[in-house]
Design a binder for this molecule. Structure first.
Ligand SMILES: O=C(O)CCC(=O)C(=O)O
Ligand SMILES: [Fe+2]
Length: 181
């Protein structure tokens, strides 16, 4: 990760054909998330409508030359971290993603908290720490989400990252729904 100034740790992207379980996680979570994504876009007056079926969404990515698969495994050792970032890999963005923790906090590692930041217009950033157990997943916005204000919905900017590992090894599986250019 250091190479790209993303933090410190190792990451590996899967290639097509994806392992069945990764493929299933993507295609079976997608319809629920697409429903929410469509609600968000409606609230924000964005015309995009995500198809109900994942296969159709992936075709759209591929037509737009986003053909490289984005699911990945990340490994953190003592001292490693993941800077606050947004997983944008081209102009086509599916607005929700999922990360699953594959190690047990306090048993396999300490530190290494998953964090989300939310930047509301003209305000200081807020931070949310998501405490996960091994096998838990967190579904979160890739870059923006709607919030209801006095004059309707507005967008807030989101980033995610991982705080420094104090000891041990921490593995995660990242499921991003859009492919990369
Ligand atoms: O390791 C984590 O908890 C976060 C990994 C990440 O940035 C991602 O899944 O997109
Ligand atoms: Fe990420």
């Amino acid at each position: 990760m250091a190479r790209y100034n993303f933090g410190q740790g190792e990451y590996k992207y899967f290639t097509y054909p994806l392992p069945t379980i990764i493929e299933k996680l993507r295609s079976e979570f997608y319809p629920y998330l697409a429903h929410l994504a469509n609600q968000w876009y409606q609230q924000l007056n964005i015309e995009t409508l995500y198809p109900k079926v994942y296969r159709e969404y992936l075709q759209k990515c591929h037509i737009l030359e986003q053909t490289r698969p984005t699911p990945l495994i990340l490994k953190y050792e003592m001292g490693d971290y993941n800077c606050l970032h947004q997983d944008i890999y081209g102009t086509e963005i599916f607005p929700l993603q999922m990360t699953m923790l594959l190690s047990q906090p306090y048993q396999d590692f300490t530190g290494g908290e998953f964090v989300l930041t939310e930047q509301r217009p003209r305000m200081q950033s807020r931070v949310e720490v998501v405490s996960l157990h091994c096998g838990d997943g967190v579904i979160f916005p890739v870059s923006q989400r709607p919030i209801e204000g006095k004059r309707g919905f507005y967008r807030v900017n989101m980033r995610h990252g991982v705080s420094r590992l104090h000891s041990g090894n921490r593995y995660t599986l990242g499921i991003i729904f859009h492919d990369a250019r």
